[in-house]
Design a protein around this ligand. Structure first.
Ligand code: TYM
Length: 345
């Protein structure tokens, strides 16, 4: 492992965790544990940028934690915690509110999508959300951030913020012996055959927690029957599967199912097409059902067991937060010194 490489990523506790979250992010979180020190965060302060029912929020914070553990993240070797327990995230986000420019935030497509037509009525938090996300990463001076493709623009903003902070305070950074640059440029890791899993009902729309149709997504807690029903009902086209990737062009639903199969089976897309090319969707879908049930079934079952043991989950979060705070407070103290704020020494 390179000496100073550190992985950070976060998942919002807002409703159902789905196959997109799993294949786009969590599978990669699990893999990176072998090569890196990793910090995985349940980003509850991000969730409240849109109103959340308090009891439901508490439940979903625990559920995302359970999903991490059930998927194979080791909270003893690495750090798993919820954001609000480490107040340095919010503190650094304020500093970043003063570094980031309005013009930068105005370009964020996710804000535009989430705020919709009624932009005046969106919370200030939803607008400043990417600054908090930059703070999540940079408060640990993390270098690598595994995410799905939809987070790419937010990562670019985090890099812009890191760079502007390094430039704006370059003299002070040097004067305090932090070298030339205080923050690293965090690198997005957008890897695997399913970086953008699409809705099962419409291959042009991202699979999302907020889609009103539950048939659009496979939830990590779905039982075998629901998984089977959803895959069988997934939209397809009348053509058989192609034998080469070229043949998936302009066939978004077929492309999506092939990507899901590849990611779940650990194969490449060409491998999958070599196996199923020329065949009808019905046969492919039955094999996909078996594969999805065998991969997701045990995770869903373990999640259900863990969420019932709230004392255990809360203890994992408290322990993770204690260890995260040690790193975060060191960064925050340095930031205060660099910016010129007086703190107790
Ligand atoms: P969130 O909670 O929406 O999603 C969690 C992770 O799942 C990925 N993802 C997908 N990947 C492939 N296909 C999909 N359909 C799909 N839907 C979601 C997301 O890209 C993400 O990696 N802003 C972040 C949370 C966050 C964060 C951070 C991430 C807050 N602070 C710092 C990294 C670093 C978000 O809303 O993810």
């Amino acid at each position: 492992m390179a000496a100073k490489e550190l992985v950070f990523s976060g998942v919002q506790p807002t409703g159902n965790l789905h196959l997109g979250n799993y294949l786009g992010a969590i599978v990669n979180f699990v893999k990176l544990q072998d090569t890196h020190n990793c910090i995985y965060c349940v980003v509850d302060l991000h969730a409240i940028t849109v109103w959340q029912d308090p009891a439901e929020l508490t439940r979903t914070i625990r559920e995302v934690t359970a999903a991490f553990i059930a998927s194979g993240i080791d909270p003893k070797k690495h750090i798993v915690f919820n954001q609000s327990q480490v107040s340095e995230h919010a503190e650094l986000a304020w500093v970043f509110n003063c570094v980031a420019r309005l013009g930068w935030l105005n370009r964020m497509t996710q804000f535009k999508e989430k705020a919709g037509k009624d932009r005046e009525n969106a919370s200030v938090g939803l607008y400043a959300y990417p600054n908090l996300m930059a703070a999540d990463i940079l408060v640990y001076r993390a270098t690598h951030v595994p995410v799905g493709e939809d987070q790419k623009q937010h990562l670019e903003l985090a890099r812009d913020i890191a760079q502007k902070f390094n430039n704006d305070f370059s003299d002070s950074i040097r004067a305090h012996d932090f070298g030339e640059k205080f923050f690293p440029m965090p690198e997005p890791l957008i890897t695997g055959p399913a970086t953008r899993v699409m809705s099962l009902r419409d291959g042009t729309k991202k699979m999302s927690k907020s889609d009103p149709s539950d048939y659009s997504r496979i939830n990590l807690t779905d039982d075998a029957d629901s998984i089977a029903q959803k895959v069988r009902k997934a939209k397809t086209d009348p053509e058989p599967l192609p034998s080469e990737e070229e043949g998936l062009k302009n066939r978004p639903e077929a492309d999506n199912l092939v990507g899901i199969y590849a990611a779940l089976s650990g194969q490449s897309r060409p491998d999958v097409l070599r196996e199923f090319g020329g065949g009808q969707f019905s046969g492919f879908k039955s094999t996909l059902v078996d594969l999805a049930v065998s991969k997701l079934g045990p995770i869903g079952a373990e999640m259900k067991k863990l969420t019932q043991d709230t004392a255990y989950v809360d203890a994992v979060l408290a322990d993770g937060a204690d260890r995260a705070r040690v790193i975060a407070s060191e960064t925050m103290n340095a930031v205060k010194d660099i910016v010129g704020l007086i703190r107790k020494k």
